[in-house]
Design a protein around this ligand. Structure first.
Ligand code: G4F
Length: 367
């Protein structure tokens, strides 16, 4: 009798376990990609645990408020926050253990936290290597010991390329990292391959080489948002110039939500593989300012000033992706919105924001 009751109870537990939402841990709650993928995962009824580094600027309520609508629309989804300092192995290990204790398992882990400003990485080289590269080892070692079934995505970067004068960049091209940021990311990507291919751990882990991507969560430290936001301020009479380092750079830029969709798709494959993600179309700095100022009927030449202090010691000039593998194996679709529309959506958002309104985030999947 007792055995039957126990068996029934165990069966019920197993059923509940299988039926419960997928559980994803996403690192870097303050960052654009973490916010973007959280929207996507909540729309798929995931339980998302967002990690953040405890500091005085982190506003838990503000971050949670971003996802109120998603949680209402998808009542089975859940959002949780967890403190984790990715530059410290004890903190990473402790966070993984405490998530496992509270939520019983981790199905997917998205390693998106980083010191992501390439220019700033020249000023703090060691921290860059630690957060962008060595932290990957901390997580994979913790998973190997405590949660070997977790599937991990790591955000590598097109900065690994180091710039290309002609042609495009795919998964097999040689790397030439030209900044401490990119050297850190190269280390992180190597750890991924190591834990997947070279250890008996055989973890399901992969990385994406995402080319530039942005949306309205982009921080104003990055050139695209700096341009759209300052152009909006100038149009509103709140500012009268935009200071840039130079315009001799070209980027292959997609809307972040599409890149995040590719990350998720990578973790749904039968076997882990690394992918390049990008539109395969490059735009020069001059086109960025021309479109953004043009949106407000302004001539960029009247407002853009150049400051050598904003130049980098080692510039990556031109980047362009060959994402055919992602298109074939993930069904990833490039160029779903034009570059002109991309800049327009960011300008419209920034204009409303700078005008004291509360603009809503464009949902590109519903356009
Ligand atoms: O906006 P950026 O700082 O982005 P960058 O260096 O391309 O890196 C971004 O994309 C990478 C993926 O390709 C990510 F891995 C990385 O984390 C980050 O998200 O600079 C774009 C270009 C650079 O050539 C830079 O030198 O703009 C040039 N630039 C010129 N003046 C400027 C400025 N960049 C910034 N941030 N600020 C300027 O005033």
């Amino acid at each position: 009798m007792i055995t039957t009751i126990l068996m029934n109870f165990l069966e019920m537990m197993i059923q509940n376990y299988n039926m419960s939402n997928n559980i994803a841990v996403v690192t870097g709650a303050n960052g654009m990609d973490a916010k973007s993928i959280t929207h996507l995962l909540l729309s798929k009824d995931y339980k998302v645990i967002l990690t953040y580094r405890r500091n005085t600027y982190f506003d838990e309520e503000k971050i949670k408020a971003l996802f109120n609508e998603d949680l209402l629309k998808h009542p089975k989804s859940e959002l949780h926050l967890q403190v984790c300092d990715i530059s410290c192995q004890n903190s990473v290990n402790g966070s993984i253990l405490s998530i496992l204790k509270e939520h019983s398992r981790i199905d997917e882990l998205y390693l998106l936290a980083a010191n992501s400003h390439v220019g700033e990485s020249f000023k703090n080289k060691e921290l860059s290597i630690q957060t962008n590269g060595q932290s990957v080892y901390y997580f994979l070692e913790a998973l190997k010991n405590h949660s070997p079934k977790t599937r991990t995505y790591f955000a590598a970067t097109s900065e690994l390329v180091g710039g290309i004068e002609s042609g495009t960049f795919n998964e097999d091209c040689l790397w030439n990292p030209r900044s401490p940021y990119a050297i850190g990311k190269a280390l992180g990507a190597r750890w991924i391959n190591f834990y997947r291919d070279s250890l008996d751990s055989n973890l399901f882990c992969c990385y994406g080489i995402l080319f530039n991507h942005s949306n309205v969560y982009r921080s104003k430290d990055f050139v695209i948002r700096k341009i759209t936001n300052t152009a909006a301020k100038i149009a509103l009479g709140k500012n009268n110039e935009l200071k840039l380092g130079h315009l001799e750079w070209a980027r292959d830029e997609h809307w972040s939500d599409f890149g995040c969709e590719a990350m998720w798709k990578m973790l749904q494959l039968d076997e882990p593989e690394n992918f390049v993600v990008g539109n395969g179309e490059t735009h020069w700095g001059e086109e960025y300012v021309d479109l953004a100022f043009g949106h407000f009927n302004l001539k960029w030449q009247d407002y853009v000033k150049f400051d050598d202090k904003l130049k980098r010691p080692n510039e990556v000039v031109r980047l362009i992706a060959d994402s055919r593998k992602a298109q074939e194996k993930l069904g990833w679709i490039p160029n779903r919105i034009t570059f002109k529309k991309h800049i327009k959506m960011m300008c419209e958002y920034d204009y409303q924001l700078e005008n004291g309104l509360t603009p809503s985030r464009p949902n590109v999947f519903e356009l």
